[in-house]
Design a protein around this ligand. Sequence first.
Ligand code: HEC
Length: 109
Amino acid sequence: MTAIFRNLALAATLAALAGPGFAADPALGKAKARQCSVCHGKDGIGKDPEVPNLAGQSAFYLEKALKDFREGARQDRRMSLIAKPLSDEDIANLAAWFASFKITVEVPQ
Ligand code: HEC
């Protein structure tokens, strides 16, 4: 009996370590990203000097930035409001969407 509980506890711990119980879905992120494009562009390139590019940024970084805005560790009058209602799943999907953009860079001579 206790062995079963121990195994269940172990399974729960492993599941928690494996991360959230969903796989990030860039297609759902694309749908959610419609509300971002007015500032960050449909192409993920900021439309204003104050707005950073999201295209091709790593999903890890995008997720961290959105969670920091949502939880108040990072503050911006626009992003703090925008990130507040996003779930962990929304954030993972949005990050997967913008991270999937292909970008090329030309370094000046
Ligand atoms: C009203 C304009 C506006 C909208 C709409 C908007 N953003 Fe932003 N976003 C900004 C600005 C401005 C910043 C830079 C904030 C700062 O200076 O810290 C930013 C920063 C970010 C960053 C941090 C990027 C970095 O390089 O650190 C992420 C990630 C981000 N936005 C994602 C989103 C997502 C996802 C959406 C849609 C759900 C969205 N934003 C909608 C204006 C906007």
